[in-house]
Ligand binder design. Structure first.
Ligand code: AMP
Length: 210
């Protein structure tokens, strides 16, 4: 059965970094809903117009926008996939499970202390082309694709706190939600990217065997 994973975690917990690595290793089609929305805003599309205000305020984009967008993507997938940043609410999670029916999905939930998140967000940069995440001091050019590395507007202090509050209110209830279906894996997100990746890998190996 193809592997289907959703990566959940507070802002700067490493979902993008870890999600990309695991997707590459297991040949999964990867979608970051946050990166998709930021690109839509830059491109000035209808989706960008619908998402802009929420992103500007560090608030979540409404379910009415997100659910049809992501379900349309899921329907196009024939093999394994990984969603980074979806679902982010109980209605989104219900819609995803209803769409998948008998097909299994596992939620990988990264846990990181608020103190560590604040430290990370103060120094992270994102490639405007391939969305790879780097830390300040790594230069202004993406080592993967040569694109420009920039600080994310929604990482500014006030917006970050809003995003953290949104996470607590809307995403944390998804932990017991996925646990109630036996579909949750909690990962300690502290440590270096390699240390966290070793933990994620271990979970994925177990999921593969189950
Ligand atoms: P991320 O790059 O995952 O941190 O997402 C950045 C921002 O995109 C979030 O703070 C939300 O405003 C928006 N976003 C991404 N995914 C979702 C989602 N599933 N539901 C609502 N808003 C989302």
């Amino acid at each position: 059965m193809p592997l289907r994973l959703v990566f959940l975690g507070p802002p700067a917990s490493g979902k993008g970094t870890q999600g990309r690595r695991i997707a590459e290793e297991h040949h999964l089609v990867y979608l970051s809903t946050g990166a998709l929305l930021r690109q839509a805003v830059r491109d000035g599309t209808d989706l960008g117009a619908a998402a802009r205000e929420s992103l500007d305020r560090g608030e979540y984009v409404p379910d009415e926008v997100m659910i049809p967008l992501v379900l349309a993507w899921v329907r196009q997938q024939k093999g394994g996939w990984l969603l980074d940043g979806f679902p982010r609410s109980v209605p989104q999670a219900n819609a995803l499970l209803a769409e998948l029916g008998q097909d299994k999905v596992v939620a990988m939930i990264l846990e990181v202390s608020d103190e560590e998140l604040r430290r990370r967000v103060a120094c992270r940069l994102e490639c405007v082309v391939c969305h790879r995440v780097e830390t300040e001091g790594s230069g202004v050019i993406c080592p993967s694709c040569g694109g420009e590395l920039q600080a994310r507007a929604d990482d500014s202090a006030g917006r970050f706190e809003n995003r953290l509050a949104e996470y607590r209110e809307k995403v944390l209830p998804l932990v017991p939600f996925f646990q109630s279906f036996g579909l949750a894996r909690i990962v300690d997100g502290h440590g270096t990217p390699d240390e966290v990746f070793a933990r994620v890998r271990q979970h994925v190996a177990e999921i593969r065997r189950s």
